[in-house]
Design a protein around this ligand. Structure first.
Ligand code: FE2
Ligand code: FE2
Length: 271
């Protein structure tokens, strides 16, 4: 069985330090094959926040796939925002803006969706879509194929659809052709699982799961306790656990598990 820990929206600068310690403890106990962080490592893209984020990542298991979020781009320093938006992310976190992990059972690709021209929104571009296709179309069909972005490809019911990543309608069918299984993202500070079959019309390719992580450590939880996801994949089954922490004294525990089974049309929920 392969284990992927997916956490998001860490937001150093606005964290609960007790929760940060519980996250580190719990993830090390789980001992995942890989850790995915889907952006917003900082609150205001300050150097001190990136240093703390790097120290946090250093305490988590490797390998890691880390992508930036809109909060990792400077907001008030106009020069930095437009001329070197990801300089600190690249300096302190990683130079690699298309982090990739591929083996016989899993292919995971991250891309940056944060953009300088919009404050909150995000976008995926054609070059990034082609990059994802090149990797995913090349790995065996049975492998679990995962795309990581900060901005989501779907939002929960009644949520503002403007939060969906720009060019999603272009990207989803192209990536589906290469057999994508799961899209991991954050940004909303709300947990959710949806199927691409609900929002997108796919003529070729199977439906994928759009998995949203809440905020792992930020004090801005939008009404939800701090949480992160654990995905356990044993072909043809994928279990998605949500671990939450309502009181740092008690730590994180599994509060919800949803199990899916691979079929020719995509992922069907086990009932
Ligand atoms: Fe965030
Ligand atoms: Fe965000």
């Amino acid at each position: 069985m392969r284990k992927i820990v997916h956490l998001s929206d860490i937001h150093f600068g606005r964290v609960d330090r007790n929760v940060v310690e519980r996250v580190i403890e719990t993830i090390n106990e789980i001992g995942p094959d890989i850790v995915v962080v889907s952006g917003d490592l900082t609150q205001r893209a300050k150097t001190s926040e990136f240093i703390e984020a790097k120290q946090f990542l250093d305490k988590l298991p490797k390998p890691q796939i880390v992508v930036p979020g809109n909060h990792d781009v400077p907001l008030y320093n106009v020069f930095d925002r437009f001329f070197r938006p990801l300089e600190k992310f690249r300096q302190y976190i990683t130079e690699d803006l298309t982090p990739t992990f591929v083996d016989q059972e899993m292919a995971i690709v991250g891309v940056n969706t944060a953009r300088s021209l919009v404050v909150k929104g995000g976008r995926v571009n054609r070059q990034q879509i082609t990059h994802i296709q090149n990797i995913m179309c090349d790995v065996p069909q049975e492998a679990l194929k995962v795309v990581v972005t900060h901005h989501p490809f779907d939002v929960p019911e009644h949520h503002d659809e403007r939060d969906i990543v720009g060019r999603a309608r272009l990207a989803i069918p192209m990536i589906a052709e290469c057999g994508a299984d799961v899209f991991l993202s954050g940004h909303l500070h709300v947990s959710n699982i949806a199927s691409t079959a609900e929002r997108y019309r796919l003529e070729n390719g199977k439906a994928a799961l759009v998995v949203q992580a809440g905020t792992a450590t930020s004090i801005r939880g939008r009404g939800e306790a701090n949480s992160f996801n654990l995905l356990e994949f044993a072909e043809p089954t994928l279990a998605i656990h949500r671990l939450a922490c309502s009181d740092p004294a008690n730590g994180f525990s599994i509060v919800e598990t949803t199990t899916y089974r691979q079929s020719t049309d995509g992922w069907q929920r086990d009932v």
